[in-house]
Design a binder for this molecule. Structure first.
Ligand code: FES
Length: 74
């Protein structure tokens, strides 16, 4: 989330990166291994909101190398 915002890309959010709303989810199109591992908090949030495994909660994931992502609102 912070990397996206730093590059001027909009990220949906109503919890300001607290890992509560799940609105910041992004679909990972390539490079999933280049993100930090999914935390318990992120996994629980995805399960509660029935978010597919091809998505990550952007405020909870750190970018470690190149990735390709998309959202429904870009
Ligand atoms: S901004 Fe709310 S969960 Fe990421």
């Amino acid at each position: 989330m912070h990397a996206l915002l730093a590059h001027g890309l909009p990220v949906a959010s109503s919890c300001h990166g607290e890992g509560v709303c799940s609105k910041c989810r992004v679909r990972i199109l390539a490079g999933a291994a280049n993100l930090s591992p999914e935390s318990t908090l992120e996994g629980d949030l995805k399960n509660r909101n029935r978010i597919g495994t091809d998505f990550r909660i952007s405020c909870q994931a750190r970018v470690l190398n190149d990735i390709v992502i998309d959202t429904t609102y870009w």
